[in-house]
Design a protein around this ligand. Structure first.
Ligand code: SAH
Length: 322
C-alpha cells in the first residue's frame, strides 16, 4: 500500500497490524506475548460478575438483560463472570464482540451458547445490556499528531530501506487520540440510554488526556519495536479515560470513576474472596496470594489499570467507584 500510494497514517498501520495479529493467534498466557487480569486469577471475572449482578438486583432484576463482552480473549472472564452471576440468580444470554476466528474458537469452548458479533452495531436492541471490556480499548488503533505552528499534523508511517519508519520520531510532542474507541463508547452509551444497563471498562491508561507517545509493542512478555514485524507483535496504547468519559457523557449516560483497579478490586471484596479460595484449597494458598498481589499492588497492575463505569439514566449507582 505504501509503495503504491505513499505513507499511511499511524492509525491505519496499527489497525492493520492488530487485525492480522489477533486473527492469526491466541496471544495470551505464559507461552504467548502478554497476560491479562482474567488469565491471572478467576477472582477478577468473579468480581466483575458480582458487580454486574449487584447492579442488576438493585435495578429490579429485569429478566431480559443480555451480557455483552468486547474482545473476550479466551472467554475466561466471561465464564467466571457468568458463573458468579448465576449464583445471584442472573443467567443472561452472552453476546461476544470478537473479530478473531482463533479467539472465537477459544471462546466457544467456554461459552458454547454465546452469539458472536463483528462489531457493536449488531448487538440486540430493546433489551438492557450488561457490558464488559477488559483490555479491549488499548488494542484499538490510535491516531498520532503533532501540534505545529501551522496547526495539527497527522503522523504517517513510511517504508524505506527495508523497514517501516514513523516520522518524525520525537515522541515528546505527540498527541494521541483514538477515534475508533470514541465511536464505540458513543454507540454503547447511546444504547445504554435507549435500552438500559451498564458498562464496565477496565484498561491500562491515564485519567487525564495528555501529550506524549504511549504506543507500545509487546512480544514474548517484553517490549519490542512497534515498527518492526508488523502484525506479528501486539500493538497497544494507553487508554485516554478522560476522552472515553467525555464521549459517554455527551450521549447522556452517567459515568463513575475512573478508579485504580487495585482500589476497585478491594472495594469489591478481593481480600475476602482470596481468603475463601485459599481456605478451600490450602495447597494453592501461595498462588492465590500472589495473584491477588499482582492484580492489586500499585507497583504491578493495581494503579496503572483503571476502572470506568457507565450506567443508563435511572439505573442504580455502581459499587466500588465512588
Ligand atoms: N479481554 C481479554 C482479551 C484482551 S486482548 C482478556 O482480558 O484476556 C484484546 C481482545 O480484543 C482480543 O480478544 C482481540 O481479538 C479483540 N479485538 C481486538 N481488536 C478488535 C476489534 N477491532 N473488534 C473486536 N475485537 C477486537
Amino acid at each position: 500500500m505504501i509503495r503504491a500510494d505513499g505513507p499511511i497514517s499511524v492509525e491505519r498501520y496499527m489497525g492493520l497490524c492488530n487485525e492480522h495479529y489477533y486473527a492469526t493467534r491466541d496471544p495470551l498466557g505464559a507461552k504467548g506475548d502478554f497476560t491479562t487480569a482474567p488469565e491471572i486469577s478467576q477472582m477478577f471475572g468473579e468480581l466483575v460478575g458480582a458487580w454486574l449482578a449487584d447492579l442488576w438486583l438493585r435495578a429490579g432484576s429485569p429478566r431480559n438483560v443480555h451480557y455483552v463482552e468486547l474482545g473476550p480473549g479466551r472467554g475466561t472472564l466471561a465464564a467466571d463472570a457468568l458463573r458468579a452471576m448465576r449464583a445471584a440468580g442472573l443467567e443472561p444470554p452472552a453476546q461476544l464482540v470478537e473479530t478473531s476466528p482463533v479467539l472465537r474458537a477459544a471462546q466457544a469452548t467456554r461459552i458454547p451458547q454465546a452469539r458472536w458479533h463483528d462489531d457493536v452495531s449488531t448487538l440486540p436492541a430493546n433489551v438492557p445490556l450488561l457490558i464488559v471490556a477488559n483490555e479491549f480499548f488499548d488494542a484499538l488503533p490510535i491516531e498520532q499528531s503533532l501540534q505545529t505552528d501551522e496547526g495539527s499534523r497527522t503522523l504517517k508511517v513510511d517504508y524505506a530501506e527495508g523497514r517501516f519508519v514513523r516520522s518524525p520520531a520525537d515522541p515528546q510532542a505527540i498527541v494521541e487520540t483514538s477515534p475508533a474507541s470514541r465511536a464505540i463508547v458513543r454507540e454503547l452509551a447511546r444504547r445504554l440510554n435507549a435500552q438500559g444497563g451498564a458498562a464496565l471498562i477496565v484498561d491500562y491508561g491515564h485519567v487525564r488526556s495528555g501529550v506524549g507517545e504511549t504506543l507500545q509493542s509487546v512480544s514474548g512478555h517484553g517490549y519490542a519495536d512497534p515498527w518492526a514485524d508488523p502484525g506479528e507483535r501486539d500493538l497497544s496504547a494507553h487508554v485516554d479515560f478522560e476522552a472515553l468519559e467525555a464521549a459517554a457523557r455527551a450521549e447522556g449516560v452517567e459515568a463513575f470513576g475512573p478508579v485504580m483497579q487495585g482500589e476497585w478490586l478491594r472495594a469489591m471484596g478481593i481480600d475476602v474472596r482470596a481468603a475463601s479460595l485459599a481456605k478451600a484449597a490450602p495447597e494453592h494458598a501461595a498462588r492465590i496470594a500472589a495473584a491477588r498481589e499482582r492484580l492489586t499492588a500499585p507497583r504491578q497492575m493495581g494503579s496503572l489499570f483503571k476502572v470506568l463505569a457507565l450506567t443508563a439514566k435511572g439505573w442504580p449507582r455502581p459499587e466500588g467507584l465512588s
